[in-house]
Design a protein around this ligand. Structure first.
Ligand SMILES: [Zn+2]
Length: 150
């Protein structure tokens, strides 16, 4: 389970819809909460079908995290094909380090974790999303009572 606001998801969908190439960016936050999703340049040689995060942006984000900034939880990219699941190529590129992968396609966002022996392509495990964007001073979410993903 991760917290990511509907508003942030809408921003990603809008960015993806406005591009014929795959768009990509970082997921920054703390714990299970995605607070920001700054876009990055897609430096892939064939950006219509692949993505590669600008390594300079990635380095800068990790440096900022070490200096006390938000952690780099993972990244997102879009699929202009409209299929909001990681592709076999994504699986081949993914390091099974537990990082978060968001796929934006067809007007929706899906979330995955890159792990060993994932259910999709042997690499990805689906992750549930909830809207952590409410700012009403409600009760903090109680951890531990959510059903575990199988
Ligand atoms: Zn992909």
């Amino acid at each position: 389970m991760i917290d990511i606001s509907i508003r942030l998801r809408d921003e990603l969908v809008a960015a993806a819809a406005g591009s014929a190439d795959e768009v990509c960016g970082l997921l920054l936050g703390r714990g299970e909460r995605v607070e920001r999703a700054p876009p990055c340049r897609n430096v892939a040689a064939t950006p219509a079908v692949r993505f590669e995060l600008d390594p300079a942006a990635l380095l800068a984000a990790h440096r900022a995290a070490r200096a006390g900034g938000p952690a780099v939880l993972g990244h997102y990219h879009s699929h202009p094909s409209g299929d909001a699941r990681p592709s076999p190529r994504d699986a081949a590129d993914a390091v099974p380090d537990g990082s978060l992968w968001l796929i934006v396609a067809g007007g929706e966002v899906t979330a995955w974790r890159a792990i060993e022996d994932g259910v999709l392509h042997g690499r990805f495990e689906p992750v549930k999303m909830r809207d952590g964007g409410c700012e009403g001073g409600g009760d903090p979410p109680q951890g531990g009572d959510a059903p575990r993903a199988e």
